[in-house]
Design a protein around this ligand. Structure first.
Ligand code: BG6
Length: 489
């Protein structure tokens, strides 16, 4: 039997992320029997709340997996009994010392490990790190801290945050979370590439024409305008979620599945990238739109957003990796809020078939679309490959069809939420899916110059109606880069 104990403190316990993601993920882990035998969860925030009130708040967001509903209520009760609350200021060593006292009572002399999840904005998390590490770190076991983005606004502020964190924590105590790395289909990317013979040989400029990383949401920044306006879509989605996927997509084969081996390869890709040029970026901002009698608000209609805000809620960008494998291949990113649909996808477009026999014999109307591999991260998780096929019947007619691996049809088990995987990894000390500080630096180096230029030149984002496909400029950018690369030297 395991004699040690893990104490998990959710700092910022009454915030949205804690309620919607962190507590439900912890419960799911408990439900699945993944948490250690001895564990305690503490919510920490400024507001006054009793343990019962915290439990009541948390209980509203817990759900059970479909396949095992019978003992769900019972499990929830057991889980909630392990949840407690401590009210304190984020910059008070004294308040964290009180928390430490309570944690010790629960740990009851066992060998204790402590995990702090900082679900609070970066302007206050340095103080919280200072207080937690000075007053409430584990005396004998490990102390780990999960930090949420944004990690700064640019290279300089990110370096300052890292420097401040490192005054109190060693790099191996810091778990920088990017929840996209915890998504099932993103994890599967390496399996797809490295354990199937048929993909890896095609994974280069020789066969791939372009790769697209697409993030779209069918809702705006409602309720988060204040935060969002300070960052914008490039910092909110591209610099982290999409870039991380790109790095996994494009990296060389790691020496092993060890966290350092994988992160070494990712950082090499990031450092081989050309800093993004203003000419290769299109920015947009959604405006109000009326459809079917309903008026959807524009971005600047949000009271927490300045009327003259130039913050982009949409961006499209063309990026390049200057290495032997990817020289000249455009990596196109597109991310936007308030678009026509919610989805996240990777689309790999292959080159045309050289000397296409069917095109030659039957004319250009039979030159079907090129092959495309699509990895749909969400919703309706799937991997599908677009191939040309003969339509059954007399005569020859080609048709693009999909070889389709739809997860809901293939697997009966529900897909775990990204936060479950990441929290479990943090508890187990597995760093593979967390961002190392050199990765973060490289990611900022790529985007910082263009972010500054956009702000200095006060580039006005192209307006697009709420619920549309985004600004027209993005289509021109894509058209510029989607074509065949003419030289293959
Ligand atoms: C967050 C962004 O990191 O990811 C949000 O800050 C965005 O703006 C969210 O809505 C999307 O996450 P998911 O998992 O719902 O696709």
């Amino acid at each position: 039997k395991d004699k040690s104990t893990v104490s998990i403190t959710v700092v910022g316990a009454s915030g949205d992320l804690a309620k919607k993601k962190i507590f439900p993920a912890l419960f799911a882990l408990y439900y699945e029997g993944c948490l250690p035998e001895h564990f305690t969860i503490f919510g920490y925030a400024r507001s006054k709340m009793t343990d019962a009130e915290l439990r009541n708040m948390v209980s509203k967001t817990l759900t059970c997996r479909i396949d095992k509903r019978e003992n769900c209520g019972e499990k929830m009760e057991q889980f909630l009994e392990r949840c407690f609350y401590h009210s304190g200021q984020y910059d008070s060593q004294e308040n964290f010392a009180e928390l430490d006292k309570k944690l010790k009572e629960h740990e009851a002399g066992r060998f204790s490990n402590r995990l702090f999840y900082l679900s609070i904005p970066p302007n206050i998390f340095i103080n919280a790190v200072r207080c937690a590490s000075l007053s409430a770190s584990s005396a004998y076991g490990w102390t780990r801290v999960i930090v949420e983005k944004p990690f700064g606004r640019d290279s300089e502020s990110s370096a300052a945050l890292t420097g401040a964190l490192k005054q109190y924590l060693k790099e191996d105590q810091i778990f920088r979370i990017d929840h996209y790395l915890g998504k099932e289909l993103v994890e599967n990317l390496s399996v797809l590439r490295f354990s199937n013979l048929i993909f890896e040989p095609l994974w280069s400029r020789q066969y791939i024409r372009n790769v697209q990383f697409i993030f779209s949401e069918d809702f705006g920044t409602e309720g988060r305008g204040g935060y969002f306006d300070h960052y914008g879509i490039i910092r909110d989605i591209m610099q982290n979620h999409l870039l991380q996927i790109l790095a996994l997509f494009a990296m060389e084969t790691p020496v092993s599945l060890d966290a350092e081996d994988i992160r070494n390869e990712k950082v090499k890709v990031l450092r081989s990238m050309r800093p993004l040029q203003l000419d290769d970026v299109v920015v947009g901002q959604y405006k109000s739109h009326t459809k079917g009698g309903t008026t959807y608000p524009g971005y600047t209609d949000d009271k927490t957003v300045p009327k003259d805000s130039l913050t982009p809620t949409f961006a499209a960008a063309a990026l390049f990796i200057d290495n032997a494998r990817w020289d000249g291949v455009p990596f196109l990113m597109k991310a936007g809020k308030a678009l026509h649909t919610r989805s996240a996808e990777i689309r790999v477009q292959f080159r045309h078939v050289p000397g296409n026999l069917y095109n030659k014999n039957f004319g250009s109307d039979l030159d079907q679309a090129t092959n495309e591999l699509v990895i749909r991260v969400q919703p309706d998780e799937a991997i599908y490959l677009k191939i040309n096929n003969k339509v059954p019947g007399l005569g020859i007619r080609l048709d693009a069809s999909n070889l389709n691996l739809l997860y809901s049809a293939r697997y009966s088990k529900e897909i775990p939420d990204a936060y479950e995987r990441l929290l479990l990894d943090a508890i187990e000390g597995e760093r593979r899916l967390f961002i190392r500080s050199d990765e973060l630096d490289a990611a900022w180096s790529l985007f910082t110059p263009v972010l500054k230029e956009l702000e200095q030149k006060k580039i006005v984002p192209e307006k697009y109606p709420y619920g549309s496909r985004g600004p027209i400029g993005a289509h021109y950018l894509a058209a510029r880069y989607k074509g065949e690369i003419t030289t293959l030297s």
